[in-house]
Write a protein that binds this ligand. Structure first.
Ligand SMILES: Cc1cc2nc3c(=O)[nH]c(=O)nc-3n(C[C@H](O)[C@H](O)[C@H](O)COP(=O)(O)OP(=O)(O)OC[C@H]3O[C@@H](n4cnc5c(N)ncnc54)[C@H](O)[C@@H]3O)c2cc1C
Length: 434
């Protein structure tokens, strides 16, 4: 059997290595720490949690809870260790970070089939490779990845506008229209009069922002400015920027509105809309509070909040196939946050998915894609479906194929139950053939 080379002993790399080893497949797991540290890792442990010690909710009313349940069904190492090292935090799965990472490290070191090598990898040869080097991939390897994917397909920066669930938008207050009366009405427009605009602007410039990390300073603002920064340069600045009303007509007054926030659909099913030009470093609670001053968004429910931070990820829709292999070279697989998912659990989930299909291919069987109506499957579909403004995504109900049930909780229960049933069926399917 061939050896699999995994670069990066984080959440995704550790999960992937463990799954392969359990099936008797030799793994060389390369981790550059502690020799070379990233700007945020502090220990030599594998699977170190760099920030929060929470892996988010365990409730299946929550998308992250559904994802975790699916991963438990597929015997995820990361989930098992997280459950074993859990600390009290209500319905959140929070862990003792030291025990969590040291336990994952022990379990990996104990595996006969895993050879853990503490070294930075800067280039790759002809074997089978899994690149799981995360949001802070070392710069030498980044250069190599650029060569493999093409210069324009590796990003170092995440500048994401908030995304809102469609069913939380007040459709009576928004206007479907494109600028300059172009056909289609693709955008939802939230018109503001002067009073509404002034109130919103004041709240925006006074809202609390996230502190900037030293290592992010050089990169931030290179590409685009956060909306609150633009707003602080003058009262009309955003009215001439992302909130410009040009080309739009308020049918009530038959005039151009004073300002307009545009929402653009995020997916084919139109279950989610993003706020155009709203890249922000506002704290999440502040985003919810301030953006609800926008007419039509008074009850907005956020699929994800806006962020701007350093993040290495590839243009997966262009570069990867549905199994997360490079289209140009199927011996190179990608896993974890570098694929364009975001979050500890999502990253580990991609390591798990890659491992299960690597096992199939190494055994000479066909790899199997996940059903779209599972949370893992939806994430994979999202990051591998063509998208002109591809940005990282975390687990959320908006990416699952939906059903016409109005009540949000009933709908979520159905979607969660369907996802769990389907992951069980998929597990049967992928493990049936020996
Ligand atoms: C500052 C920051 C805070 C975050 N906070 C959270 C949070 O609170 N909650 C959350 O859910 N997510 C958070 N994330 C996002 C993300 O979930 C984590 O970064 C997660 O650890 C990603 O998992 P991963 O396995 O893809 O990468 P990582 O866990 O980062 O693992 C990648 C590993 O690859 C190693 N490596 C890199 N380059 C090389 C190389 N060339 N050779 C060998 N080894 C290499 C690194 O040392 C690292 O150990 C945060 C990200 C950042 C950057």
């Amino acid at each position: 059997m061939p050896t699999v080379n995994i670069i990066g002993g984080g959440l995704a790399g550790s999960e992937c290595a463990y799954q392969l080893a359990r099936q008797g497949i030799n793994v060389q797991l390369y981790e550059m720490r502690p020799e070379i540290q990233t700007p945020v890792h502090k220990t030599p442990y594998l699977a170190e949690l760099v920030c929060s010690n929470s892996l988010k909710s365990t409730s299946i009313d929550n998308a992250s809870g559904v994802l975790k349940e699916e991963m438990r069904i597929l015997d995820s190492l990361i989930l098992r260790v997280a459950d074993d090292t859990r600390v009290p935090a209500g319905t959140a799965l929070a862990v003792d970070r030291e025990r969590f990472a040291s336990r994952v490290t022990e379990m990996i070191e104990r595996e006969d089939y895993i050879h853990l090598i503490r070294r930075e990898i800067t280039s790759i040869d002809d074997g089978i490779w899994v690149i799981a080097t995360g949001p802070l991939t070392s710069s030498s390897l980044s250069k190599k990845i650029k060569q493999m994917t093409g210069e324009e397909h590796l990003y170092f920066f995440d500048a994401v506008s908030p995304i809102i669930y469609t069913d939380s938008i007040d459709m009576n207050r928004v206007v479907k229209a494109n600028r300059y009366q172009e056909d289609g009405g693709d955008y939802l427009n939230c018109f503001m009069n002067e009073e509404e605009y002034t109130r919103f602007w004041q709240e925006l410039i006074n809202a609390e922002c996230l502190p900037m990390k030293m290592f992010e300073k050089g990169l931030l603002f290179e590409r685009c400015k956060p909306i609150e920064e633009i707003a602080r340069t003058g009262k009309d600045a955003i009215r001439f920027g992302p909130l410009r009303p040009t080309g739009l007509v308020d049918s009530g007054t038959n005039k151009m509105p004073y300002a307009a926030v545009q929402l653009r659909t995020e997916n084919k099913e139109k279950t989610m809309y993003n706020m155009v030009g709203f890249q922000t470093r506002l704290k999440w609670g502040e985003q919810k509070r301030v953006f609800r001053f926008i007419p039509g968004l008074e009850n907005a429910s956020f699929v994800r909040y806006g962020v701007m931070h350093r993040n290495t990820f590839i243009n997966s829709p262009e570069c990867l196939d549905i199994f997360l292999r490079l289209k140009k070279n199927p011996n190179v697989w990608f896993a974890g946050q570098i694929t364009g998912v975001e979050g500890y659990v999502e990253s580990a989930a991609m390591g798990l998915y890659v491992a299960l299909n690597l096992i199939k291919t190494i055994k000479g069987e066909e790899p199997q894609s996940l059903p779209d109506d599972t949370m893992m499957g939806s994430l994979v579909r999202y990051i591998t479906t063509p998208n002109v403004s591809f940005q990282p995504i975390y687990a959320n109900f908006g990416i699952l194929p939906t059903i016409p049930v109005k009540n949000k909780w009933k709908r979520r229960h159905f979607l969660a139950a369907r996802a769990i049933e389907n992951i069980k069926a998929w597990k049967e399917k992928i493990f049936l053939k020996k």
